[in-house]
Structures are given as structure tokens and as C-alpha cells.
Design a protein around this ligand. Structure first.
Ligand SMILES: [Zn+2]
Length: 266
């Protein structure tokens, strides 16, 4: 009982600091507190360490990219301050594994949790590191050069960044794995591979089914219903329900399943 209270207290403190640092909105901080508390209470402190490393590296990269290129994310619907929906789009699957582990502990849930975080990290790292690329990215489906920040666009630095982000989580997950985890080295490899695969699924969905809108006033392509210039946008391709959060969630689910399948097969 004391452990659970302590878990939520530490999660609340970290969420508060992240809100202070403008990495989370108010709703994002509340969601992050719940996610952190359930993670530590249902998994353990090593699960919490993975979550904090995922969050700090991802937010740090976003802030760095923002500072260097304030408009790099202009196609994105929101800024680098994550709200509750974004927190859950990235943390919903890890949260589910922590909840399952709370009621029915098994080392495989730890692997799933780490794989899901790695897939989320891979996507964040790809976007932020890709924004540093000097050359325009290319559409994953046609390989034609497109505007930076466009959904479905990939670049070499972004792809390498996504592999690095996933591998960081994978190696850390193997190093601090609970006893009973089978073949931790392969777990790290599987998580790195699954994370990279997940971020490519994200780009594929972004290039095909994700909703993209055009601002009739300035002609910009955006992911939001209202452009930052205040004008309502019109759908130019994709499905309305396939917003950035749905794409993120689906890609993380795919990356997690690929990583766990890989790990079980080796
Ligand atoms: Zn506009």
C-alpha cells in the first residue's frame, strides 16, 4: 500500500516538473501522473525508470528541435507541449501492460511494456532528429522529396534516429530487466527492431490513410481542423478519424507486436 502511494507521489512530482518545464499541458500532466503511478505500482521501479528515460529524452529532443527551428513542426496539429490525448496515444499501450501486470504478473508484460515505449520513442526521435536534416525528406510511398514535417515523410537522419531511440530503450530494458526474462540480449535487439518497424508503419499510415487538411487562406498542408492562422481547413486526403494520435497509437501497437513476435521466435 505504501509502495503504491509512493509510486503515485513520485509520478505526480515528475508530472508537475514537466508541466513547469512546459513539456506537458495541464491535462497532459494529469494523464502522465496516472500513467507513471500505474506503471510503478503495476510493474515496478525498473518500469518507471524506462518510462522516465523515454519521456525525458523525447521531450528534450522536442525542445531542442523547437529552439533550433521554431517552425519545424508547423504541419503538426500541436506544439511540443503534450496534452492528455497525446500522452495516452503514446502511453496507452504501456499503461495497458502495466495494468495487466498489476493483476497477473508475468515477465512477458515487461517485454511488451518496453517494446511499446521503444516504438513510441522511435517515432518521436525520427520526427525530431529528422528535423535537423539539411535535405528535404522523401515520401515513404513515392520517394519524392516533400516539405519537412509532412506526414509520411522519411529521411536518413530521421530513420537512424528512430533506430537509435528504440535501441536505447531496448538496451536499457535488457540491462534493468526483472529476473526471469529469457534472452535479454535478444530482447534488446527485438525491441530495437520492433521500434524501428513501428516508426516505418507510422510513416506508411501517414502517407496513405492519415487525414491531411489544406488551409484555404494560405495553402499550407496541416493535420488540424483549424490552421494556426485561424482559418478552418478542408480535408485533402485520408480519413477524418485517422488523426495523428490514432496513427501514433496504431503504429506503436504494430511495433510492439513485431518486437514481441521477434523475441518469441529467436
Ligand atoms: Zn493558414
Amino acid at each position: 500500500m505504501i509502495e503504491i502511494v509512493l509510486a503515485f507521489a513520485v509520478a505526480a512530482l515528475i508530472a508537475f516538473l514537466a508541466w513547469k518545464a512546459r513539456a506537458l499541458s495541464e491535462s497532459g500532466a494529469i494523464a502522465a501522473c496516472a500513467l507513471g503511478g500505474v506503471t510503478v505500482a503495476g510493474g515496478g521501479w525498473n518500469w518507471g525508470v524506462l518510462l522516465v528515460v523515454f519521456f525525458v529524452t523525447g521531450s528534450g529532443l522536442s525542445k531542442l528541435a523547437d529552439r533550433a527551428k521554431p517552425h519545424h513542426g508547423r504541419i503538426a496539429a500541436r506544439g511540443s507541449r503534450r496534452d492528455a490525448v497525446q500522452v495516452m496515444a503514446n502511453g496507452g499501450i504501456p499503461l495497458a501492460f502495466a495494468l495487466i501486470n498489476w493483476f497477473s504478473p508475468h515477465s512477458i508484460w515487461y517485454a511488451g511494456f518496453a517494446a511499446a515505449l521503444a516504438a513510441a520513442a522511435a517515432d518521436t526521435w525520427a520526427t525530431e532528429i529528422g528535423s535537423w536534416s539539411g535535405r528535404p525528406p522523401r515520401m515513404i510511398t513515392t520517394l519524392r522529396p516533400v516539405e519537412p514535417g509532412m506526414s509520411g515523410a522519411i529521411s536518413l537522419p530521421g530513420t537512424l534516429g528512430s533506430a537509435a531511440g528504440a535501441l536505447l530503450i531496448g538496451v536499457l530494458a535488457a540491462l534493468i530487466a526483472p529476473t526471469g526474462i529469457s534472452s535479454p540480449i535478444w530482447l534488446a535487439v527485438a525491441i530495437g527492431f520492433g521500434g524501428l518497424a513501428g516508426s516505418l508503419v507510422d510513416s506508411l499510415l501517414g502517407a496513405t490513410v492519415q487525414a491531411i487538411y489544406r488551409c484555404p487562406r494560405c495553402g499550407s498542408l496541416v493535420e488540424s481542423l483549424v490552421h494556426s492562422c485561424g482559418t478552418a481547413t478542408t480535408l485533402v486526403r485520408g480519413y477524418r478519424f485517422m488523426n495523428n494520435d490514432v496513427v501514433n497509437f496504431t503504429a506503436i501497437l504494430a511495433g510492439t507486436l513485431i518486437a514481441m513476435l521477434f523475441w518469441q521466435l529467436v
